[in-house]
Design a protein around this ligand. Structure first.
Ligand SMILES: [Zn+2]
Length: 194
C-alpha cells in the first residue's frame, strides 16, 4: 500500500463523500493497489477487438490488455470487482478525456460486452460511473463546478442518437468529433470506473 502521508494534497476517499462531490486529483496515487477485485487501466479498450494493432507486439503478444479479460476474471471468481479506467498500472490518476458522446459510446460498448459473455451478464449486475478528475491546484469552487458539470447540456440530442461503432480499433464518429473539439473547447478529463 502506498504511503500517502507525504502527499501535499491527499485525495479524499471517493466513497466517503456525497455523490456529487466525488472526484480524484490528477497525479495522485490512489490509496489502494491492484488485487483480485481492483484493476487499473490507463486506456479504455473494452473488448479484445478494441485493442489497436500497434498494441500487439512480437509473437502476437499484446502490450495492452482489454478490459473484458479483467471482467472475465471478476465474473469467474463470483466476487466481482472494480475496473478503474484512467489510472495507470502504478496507481497514478491520469484521467481520460471523455465527451458526452464518448461516455455514451462506453455505456453502449459495456452493455455489448456484457451481453457477449456466456451466459450474458444481466444489467443489474454491473454499473458504470464517471468520476471527475481535478487538477491539483483546483480551488474548492472549481471542484464544485466540475463535480456538478453536466456534459450532456452542450451536445446535439439528434447526434446523440447516432449508432456507435463497436468492437473496432478504428475511430468511431464520437472519437472524430472529440478530436475536432479538442482545440476549440475546454474538455474535462474524467476518470471512470466500472
Ligand atoms: Zn462512438
Amino acid at each position: 500500500m502506498a504511503d500517502l502521508s507525504d502527499l501535499p494534497h491527499k485525495a479524499p476517499s471517493p466513497a466517503s463523500r456525497p455523490k456529487w462531490k466525488r472526484y480524484y486529483v490528477k497525479g495522485d496515487i490512489v490509496p489502494f493497489e491492484e488485487d483480485a477485485t481492483h484493476e487499473f487501466k490507463g486506456h479504455r479498450n473494452l473488448s479484445v477487438e478494441d485493442v489497436p494493432p500497434w498494441a500487439v507486439g512480437p509473437n502476437n503478444k499484446r502490450t495492452r490488455r482489454a478490459v473484458s479479460r479483467t471482467l472475465n476474471g471478476f465474473l469467474n471468481t463470483g466476487k466481482g470487482g472494480t475496473v478503474y479506467l484512467g489510472i495507470t498500472d502504478e496507481g497514478h490518476v491520469r484521467g481520460l478525456n471523455l465527451t458526452q458522446y464518448i461516455k455514451d459510446h462506453m455505456v453502449v460498448a459495456v452493455d455489448d460486452l456484457m451481453s457477449r459473455y456466456t451466459p450474458p451478464v444481466a444489467s443489474h449486475r454491473y454499473k458504470i460511473r464517471f468520476i471527475p478528475v481535478v487538477q491539483r491546484d483546483a480551488t474548492e469552487e472549481q471542484i464544485e463546478t466540475l463535480c456538478n458539470y453536466d456534459s450532456s447540456i452542450h451536445i446535439d440530442p439528434d447526434v446523440r442518437l447516432k449508432p456507435h461503432i463497436l468492437r473496432m480499433s478504428n475511430y468511431c464518429w464520437c472519437d472524430r468529433d472529440h478530436i475536432a473539439r479538442i482545440n476549440s473547447r475546454r474538455q474535462y478529463p474524467i476518470a471512470h470506473y466500472l
